[in-house]
Design a protein around this ligand. Structure first.
Ligand SMILES: Nc1ncnc2c1ncn2[C@@H]1O[C@H](COP(=O)(O)OP(=O)(O)OP(=O)(O)O)[C@@H](O)[C@H]1O
Length: 657
């Protein structure tokens, strides 16, 4: 099954342990990580199919080079102006040309300049492209993961993780647009010092820069740890908030508002404590960096001023030196900012990366074929299945043939494995051994999409989108006409009811369809199945939430729907399935009895006991399961509504024969 280490809601915990557990690498974000993730995500950022965006990137790069040249020229020009002013002072010869050139260069410097503006404008489209491709990648990946993944996760955690996907875009952007210019800046600044200043200044500047970078990287290790802790806490806080709001009714039923408030307050406090630690470590890094730089500036200032006073240096050189020093701080600051923000981005993106690394447990085989269902024979061949190593098998050696067009019902105690059989047939999971075939095609060899197209499910609980009734109905067949929808809702006995809703088919169904009753939702689910018109139909307690009257109508609709198509039914109310061609009794994952209703009754086994319990509640209360089988030999007359209905269904079948 490939689910080892991935049980319960432990998935992200496992991911966290990898980063922070005993075997974790110290400070995780190493240079190899940067390179690895950059190479991995660059294809999503680079617009392969868009020449215009590629041109934008090239222009942005050119602007970066131009900005570096401007950075060199600004202090140089300032030095020239100062020299000219100091040597020609008193002669009233103001160097207008040089001043104008200096101002022009200054205007082109920095992110607020015209060059910065053009670069920002060009980059915006590229940035949106990469955000779009990464977001779609994450969303598609999560939708493609198996039911095991979704059952083991809090939806809120998945959503919050997907939201952090923009961090990857930001990470790749920063490597491309900060790291490269930063190295150009530092190399040019230091190179310029070596060429124009004496060796002492050049060595001094290299020493300051090295100490600065070394101290920054050392201190940021602690900051990384704190940041990771902050992200973990903020995701947990978001999870509590979303879960409480989604489970609003449960919160009300158990008067748990105060409890939820307490959980939420605790979560906020934990996040804020983590934030405080993170901010402190962040400010500490800034303080140390600034101190190193100020000491460097102090020494160079004192030494240069001394040289000017002794006539070894000109005033212009002093001004240029200080301006270069100040300008050097910019790429150094950028470097540490880069370090900080890329680390932050990577920490935020770690979960997204773990998510993307998660492989779906059920996927199409290479070259998988489309499912073809000319007849609809379903065969379970010695199928066994366990959810994971920790659980005992949910299905043992199931061998069963469902003939084309037949109705096969699965009954048995709760937890016996009925829904698991449906999940295996729908390939939410792959069988552990044995095989399931539809018209002779092993379902592992066909595409999931074609399987989904041919198998329709009416689930116990119908999940609806918070949209209109019409949107939810057409979800089953996106190109259905309104007339087709009306025909389906009429067949499912819900059309008139929908017309009575305030906005008819345009009525919003609310979050998860909460504004509709259980029965209404179930009828919508049936209407959807009618619209979908699948070759194979799975009914999972499809009428459990309906009153007797509605159930009668629906049973007629379902009967019509299942005509000439293979239908598998799960039912607790045995009265609803007595007309099935075959009834399969499932107990602890084993098929213990199978046959028609009449055959099973004559067997006087488990099915007989269940039937007796349902038709004779008082009898059932007084006797045990075994006693039912032993003592009760006489057929019991119908005593409750279920049996009346069962008789109705039998009558209906007889009429149709
Ligand atoms: N995702 C899961 N992970 C682990 N075990 C599971 C999972 N889903 C179901 N099980 C276990 O598998 C067994 C069969 O469950 P299944 O849902 O198929 O029973 P069922 O007969 O459909 O029950 P019910 O009639 O109550 O719906 C149960 O013991 C259940 O606890």
């Amino acid at each position: 099954m490939g689910r080892k280490g991935f049980v319960g809601s432990k998935y992200f915990d496992e991911a966290d342990k990898l980063k922070t557990g005993p075997g974790a690498k110290k400070g995780l974000t190493t240079w190899t990580d940067y390179v690895k993730y950059f190479v991995r995500f660059f294809p999503y950022v680079w617009p392969y199919d868009d020449r215009k965006l590629q041109l934008n990137i090239v222009l942005c790069m050119l602007i970066i080079v131009l900005q570096r040249v401007v950075n060199i020229l600004v202090p140089y020009q300032l030095g020239k102006v100062t020299d000219q002013l100091s040597t020609e002072s008193g002669k009233l010869a103001i160097p207008w040309g040089r001043i104008a050139l200096y101002l022009c260069l200054r205007y082109m410097q920095g992110s607020g300049s015209i060059l910065g503006f053009v670069q920002g404008r060009l980059w915006m489209a590229v940035s949106q492209y990469s955000y779009r491709s990464l977001s779609v990648l994450g969303f598609e990946h999560v939708l493609g993961l198996g039911l095991d993944f979704h059952l083991s996760q809090r939806s809120s955690e998945i959503i919050s993780t997907l939201d952090k996907g923009h961090a990857i875009t930001s990470f790749v952007e920063k490597i491309t647009f900060q790291l490269i210019p930063m190295f150009i800046d530092m190399t040019l600044a230091i190179g310029f010092f070596v060429v124009t200043m004496d060796r002492f200044y050049a060595t001094f500047v290299i020493c300051v820069a090295t100490t600065y970078v070394w101290a920054s990287t050392q201190l940021s290790r602690k900051r990384v740890e704190n940041k990771r802790n902050l992200v973990r806490n903020s995701i947990a806080e978001y999870g509590i908030k979303v879960d409480s709001i989604t489970a609003y009714e449960t919160v009300k039923y158990f008067s748990a508002k105060d409890y939820e408030m307490e959980r939420y307050i605790n979560a906020i406090e934990a996040t804020q404590a983590a934030e405080l630690k993170y901010q402190l470590s962040h400010h500490l890094v800034n303080l140390v960096q600034n101190s190193i730089f100020t000491v460097g500036l102090l020494f160079s200032c004192v030494f240069s001023a001394y040289q000017v006073s002794k006539g070894i240096q000109m005033v212009g050189t002093f001004v240029s030196l200080l301006t270069y020093m100040a300008q050097l701080q910019h790429p150094l600051d950028q470097f540490t900012n880069f370090l900080r923000s890329t680390q932050d981005n990577l920490i935020s993106a770690e979960r997204m990366i773990s998510l993307l690394e998660q492989k779906p447990t059920v996927a199409d085989k290479p070259g998988a074929n489309e499912l073809k269902v000319p007849r609809g024979v379903i065969s379970f061949n010695n199928v066994s299945f366990r959810y994971d190593e920790q659980h005992k098998p949910a299905i043992h050696n199931l061998t069963l043939k469902c003939p084309a067009g037949s109705t096969v019902a699965f009954v048995g105690e709760s937890g016996g494995g009925k829904s698991t059989i449906f999940r295996l047939l729908f390939r939410f999971y792959d069988v552990s051994s044995g095989s399931i075939a539809i018209d002779g095609q092993d379902i592992r060899d066909i595409t999931l999409k074609s399987l989904g197209k041919n198998v329709g499910v009416v689930p116990q609980e119908c999940a609806l989108f918070n949209d209109t009734v019409m949107f939810n109905l057409k979800y089953a067949k996106r190109d259905a006409t309104d007339e087709e929808v009306y025909a389906a809702t009429r067949a499912a006995s819900i059309h008139d009811k929908i017309l009575k809703f305030p906005d008819g088919y345009k009525t919003l169904v609310g979050e998860r369809g909460l504004r509709l009753s259980g029965g209404e939702k179930q009828r919508l689910a049936i209407a959807r199945a009618i619209l979908k018109n699948p070759a194979i139909l799975l009914l999972d307690e499809a009428t459990a939430m309906l009153d007797v009257d509605s159930e009668r109508h629906i049973q007629t609709a379902l009967h019509e729907l299942s005509r000439n198509r293979t239908t598998l039914v799960i039912a607790h109310r045995l009265s609803t399935i007595i007309s099935a061609d075959k009834i399969v009794v499932v107990h602890e994952g084993l098929v213990v009895e199978q046959g028609s209703h009449a055959e099973l009754l004559t067997l006087k086994g488990r099915y007989y006991g269940m039937w007796e319990k349902q038709v004779s509640p008082t009898f059932a209360e007084e006797t045990s399961d075994e006693e039912v089988q032993e003592k009760n030999r006489k057929p019991v007359k119908p005593k409750n509504k279920d049996l009346k209905q069962a008789v109705f269904i039998n009558d209906l079948d007889l009429q149709k024969m």
